[in-house]
Design a protein around this ligand. Structure first.
Ligand SMILES: Cc1ncc(COP(=O)(O)O)c(C=O)c1O
Length: 393
């Protein structure tokens, strides 16, 4: 019988010499090459060894030419969606994509007019804004409400936005980054009904859906019955397996009409494939050993986020949003004054680089996001420095 693998997430592994953006771009974004980075949402925790081994086996063969989209990749995606998210997916509804952001761009081109507008619920991952604008469309921003320390959808404002004739696409982050909100079936149902009634395509970015903390459970939009004809779900192994640099993502679109419009946009951009190592990674990760790794990872990250929240809550002037999902903790520093000053103090006094809230849209101003996917000793030492720097000030 195979021995169960126990993953060691406490080990500190240097990323030096790997050109990791989180480290190498510190000078550019934070004015210091020494500041400890807790910003970009990738993990300082290793990809599982079984996955690395599959990649190693493949690179043993010295030819890296054009590669088919082979069945094992689709079988793995279908297995994962059924086993982890309770979604039955037909193989022909899956399209490969280099990244979720590429799929966002393709959806904007496929489902909006050049003068059109895209609805977003913010604060939300920056490219929801920038990708829309880079495609020449305008953003129809519907800020989320904060109710009892967590995000809630402002359905009244959303309905007003979705009835505008120029709005034909809603980009949803499910679960939400930042904030880590897991949207309930009731919330998703209400949202889908509004989209359907206003003929708005619903893009559900589910890249964070594997990292959900019990008792919360992810609800895929693929399981919302009334969304079947309007939904496009995007996912990736990037967050869960720390493989963002391999660029391996996919979309699932149950409706054939929407799917062909999306694929036509992918075809025009030549953006409907994954590189060959990405395919190996997808087929390897989305598997029973991958599910076992994910389960241990989620337990580790849950404890990390719990301890980070507990420590930051010692600061009376900081409001902390306890995440139900994602390895990211979203905190409100507005009581300390201008965000630009806080940003500098975090670097100078605490030696930490966090994601500043304005990256997530105007509603994020004054908030900061802590990436907790680090070995615990490193993470908690950094958070303790933050608490010391901001205590009583
Ligand atoms: C909500 C969300 N979507 C997409 C991405 C990026 O995904 P990809 O690298 O596949 O474009 C991120 C990365 O942080 C994210 O948080």
């Amino acid at each position: 019988m195979d021995q169960k693998i126990i993953y060691d997430f406490d080990a500190v592994v240097s990323r030096e010499g790997t050109y990791a953006e989180k480290y190498d771009a510190r000078e550019r974004f934070f004015g210091s090459a020494e500041v400890e980075p807790f910003w970009v949402a990738d993990m300082d925790l290793p990809t599982p060894a079984f996955l690395v081994e599959r990649l190693r086996e493949r690179i043993e063969h010295p030819m890296f030419g054009y590669t088919e989209q082979y069945d094992a990749v689709f079988d793995a995606i279908m297995w994962w969606m059924r086993n982890q998210h309770g979604a039955e997916v037909a193989q022909n509804s899956i399209s490969l994509s280099p990244s979720v952001v590429t799929s966002i761009s393709m959806a904007i081109q496929a489902f909006t007019k050049p003068t059109g507008s895209v609805a977003v619920l913010s604060p939300v991952y920056g490219p929801f804004f920038s990708c829309t604008q880079l495609n020449g469309r305008t953003v129809a921003d519907v800020p989320l409400l904060v109710e009892q320390g967590r995000f809630a959808i402002d359905y009244e404002s959303l309905e007003e936005v979705l009835t505008r004739p120029e709005v034909s696409l809603l980009l949803l982050c499910n679960p939400q980054n930042p904030g880590g909100r897991v949207w309930s079936m009731e919330e998703l149902d209400q949202l889908a009904v509004l989209c359907r009634d206003n003929e708005v395509v619903l893009f559900s970015d589910e890249i964070h859906s594997d990292i959900v903390y019990p008792p919360a459970r992810h609800n895929s939009l693929l399981n919302v019955e009334c969304a079947r004809d309007i939904v496009l779900m995007a996912h990736s192994i990037g967050k869960t397996f720390n493989t963002s640099g391999l660029q391996s993502s996919f979309t699932i679109i149950p409706d054939p009409g929407l799917r062909s419009r999306f694929r036509a946009a992918q075809g025009r951009a030549h953006a409907g494939d994954v590189n060959l190592l990405g395919k190996v990674a997808l087929a390897s990760a989305l598997s029973p050993p991958g599910a076992d790794y994910k389960q241990q990872l989620v337990a580790y990250l849950h404890e990390n986020t719990r301890q980070v929240c507990e420590r930051l809550q010692q600061l009376e002037s900081v409001e902390v949003m306890v995440p139900e999902a994602t390895f990211l903790v979203w905190c409100d520093f507005r009581k300390y004054g201008r965000w630009q000053d806080i940003f500098k103090r975090l670097i100078k006094e605490a030696n930490v680089a966090l994601s500043g809230g304005t990256f997530f849209g105007p509603a994020g101003e004054g908030w900061f996001r802590v990436n907790c996917a680090h070995p615990r000793s490193q993470l908690l030492a950094a958070v303790d420095r933050m608490v010391t720097a901001f205590s009583g000030k």
